[in-house]
Design a protein around this ligand. Structure first.
Ligand SMILES: [Zn+2]
Length: 186
């Protein structure tokens, strides 16, 4: 279960369109496991193919379960592992909510991003089985953030106000991050 190297911001692969997965094979299941291991190794809650240089439409997600019974879960589905292959958003909330995001490919930064409050997603398992899922809260945010990665979009692309993107304490200098000069088309 090797941990893969992360692709970081300013690498052109993070700006490219990922291609649909065509082969549902044991190799795809191994890729998903590597993605989960890589995500956990970096304490992330989601990871998309392009973030490890795999230009395919696949992402994984996992919200950590509470560490004790007293702790409130971050989401009703905390502790579950999700793998989405060839995902498509089939419905989305008309209303948006603002929430904090970070990205394993953009170390040293956090931002406030407005996104639809819930989404309905149709996708496949690594075995090729179709499923759909309606998610709200943090899970909806993760799904939309990861799906953006499959289309070469990074969360700062949704931020136009400088004070909604800020550096956090990390080892070394945070990489430079560009904000869009005009709001992105929705
Ligand atoms: Zn990300």
């Amino acid at each position: 279960m090797p941990i893969r190297e992360l692709v970081l911001v300013n690498d052109p692969r993070l700006r490219a369109q990922a291609a649909p997965v065509e082969q549902f094979s044991a190799e795809l299941a191994r890729l998903a496991q590597d993605m989960l291991d890589t995500m956990h190794a970096h304490h992330g809650v989601g990871l998309a193919g392009p973030q490890i240089g795999v230009m395919r439409r696949i992402f994984v997600a996992h919200i950590p379960a509470p560490e004790s019974e007293e702790e409130e879960p971050l989401h009703p589905r905390a502790g579950e592992t999700f793998v989405f292959v060839n995902p498509q958003i089939t419905r989305r909330a008309p209303e948006t909510v603002e929430g904090e995001e970070g990205c394993l490919s953009i170390p040293g930064w956090r931002g406030l991003v407005s996104r639809p409050a819930w989404v309905e997603v149709a996708a496949h398992t690594t075995g090729g089985e179709a499923f759909s899922l309606t998610a709200d809260g943090l899970l909806a945010r993760i799904i939309q953030h990861e799906m953006d990665h499959l289309d070469g979009i990074l969360y700062p692309d949704h931020i136009t106000e400088r004070d909604k993107l800020w550096p956090i304490e990390t080892e070394g200098e945070p990489p430079p991050v560009e904000l869009p000069t005009k709001p992105p088309a929705v």
